[in-house]
Structure formats: C-alpha cells, structure tokens
Design a protein around this ligand. Structure first.
Ligand code: GAR
Length: 208
C-alpha cells in the first residue's frame, strides 16, 4: 500500500477529487496526510472529517524559504510519501526540497504548459486571445511550472469568457486529470524518457 501526501494552500478541491477517486476506485494507496502552509485552508476540514491526518507548516513562521522548506520536508517525510501531490500549493519549493523527493512530486497547473507559467493564467490566456486553454499535471523539477508533462486537458475559450468562467471550466477538468495522474504514479505505469513521460500501458495522456 503506497502513501500519498497532499500539500494544499486553500480550497483543496483537487485534493478532494483525489481523495474521492482513491476510495471509489480502490487504489492500492492511502492518503497518509494533507499538509497546508495556511492554518485557514478550507481543505483541511474536509480531510479531518474523513479521518485523514493533517498538519500545518505556516510559512510566515520561518525566516526564509530554506528554513520553511526544511521544516516542511521534515513533516512530509514523517508520513513516508511514495507520491507527493501539490494541489493548489502556492509556495515555490527550493531545489533542495525538490531533490529530496525527486521523481515523486506532482503538480497541477491551470494552463497548457509550457504556456503561462506562474500566476493569473486564465486572465493571461483570455487577454492573449487564446482559443483553447487547459490544465497540466507535471512532474515537479527545480524550475517553477516546468517538468515532464504527465497529462493535459484542453478546454475551449469561449467568447465572453471571464477569468471566473474559464477557471471553472478548467478546474472541472483538473478534477478528472489529477486523480488519473496520481493513480498512474501509484500503479507505477509511468516512465520518463528524454524528459517526456510515457504511460507504459498506452493510456491517453490527453483529455479533450
Ligand atoms: C487550481 O486551479 C490549481 O490548478 C491552481 O490552484 C487551484 C487550486 O484549487 N494551482 C496553481 O495555480 C499552482 N501554480 P484547489 O485548491 O481547489 O485544488
């Protein structure tokens, strides 16, 4: 049975989708813990109600990124993660942290990477006149919002879309692709070749 640790900063809807899928699909894995950098993260209550261990490592209590990440790593390590899932975790991780869990960290980003790394992805996609938008699950490397792509979902950008309407459309797809990607990690069916992730069973890594 593999251990999944999920890091959140807020609402935690992706975390919830992963918890639900792990139960309904009977994964050979347990959600060992949900860890947040904010004590007011709404997602913590959902985890607690389901008897999932939670922890808070508040970044404001640390003098710099290195000190915060060292404590975060210590707490996360305590739950012995096989897969570490960043689900709306809004902190940039240090190279040391990434190295410690190398190849085991996944992130979801609300754009079709490598386009629109960073923040305000939906606003930027609308302003650029993009006709499609989407979300990407990728393996985390030291470079922000980069790293081998596990799965992408594509949605249309519709006339009249606002940041709110587009983000809702994308988020609904995140809830489909992120659990799928985490399950693949649990199943050990992904292989990275020349920086590209392949599903060894040939499952589609694109949701349109
Ligand atoms: C999601 O849309 C996720 O893609 C995004 O934050 C949201 C979190 O929602 N992540 C990033 O922007 C990371 N750079 P959630 O807390 O409801 O899962």
């Amino acid at each position: 049975m593999k251990n999944i640790v999920i890091l959140i900063s807020g609402r935690g809807s992706n975390m919830q989708a992963i918890v639900r899928a792990s139960v309904s699909e009977g994964w050979n894995a347990r959600i060992a813990a949900v860890v947040s950098n904010r004590s007011d993260a709404a997602g913590l209550a959902f985890a607690q109600e389901r008897g999932i261990a939670t922890a808070v490592v508040d970044h404001k209590g640390f003098d710099g990124r290195e000190a915060f990440d060292a404590e975060l790593a210590r707490v996360v390590e305590g739950f012995a993660p096989d897969v570490l899932v960043l689900a709306g975790f809004m902190r940039i991780l240090t190279p040391d942290f990434v190295k410690r869990f190398e190849g085991r960290i996944l992130n979801v980003h609300p754009s079709l990477l490598p386009a629109f790394t960073g923040l305000h992805t939906h606003r930027r996609a609308i302003e650029a006149g993009c006709k499609v938008a989407g979300a990407t699950v990728h393996v985390v490397t030291a470079e922000l919002d980069h790293g081998p792509i596990v799965i992408q979902a594509v949605v249309p950008v519709l006339p009249g879309d606002t940041e709110a309407t587009l983000s809702a459309r994308v988020l609904a797809r995140e809830h489909v692709i992120y659990p799928r990607a985490v399950r693949w990690m649990v199943e050990g069916v992904l292989r990275v070749q020349d920086g590209v992730v392949l599903h060894t069973g040939g499952e589609s890594q694109l949701l349109v």
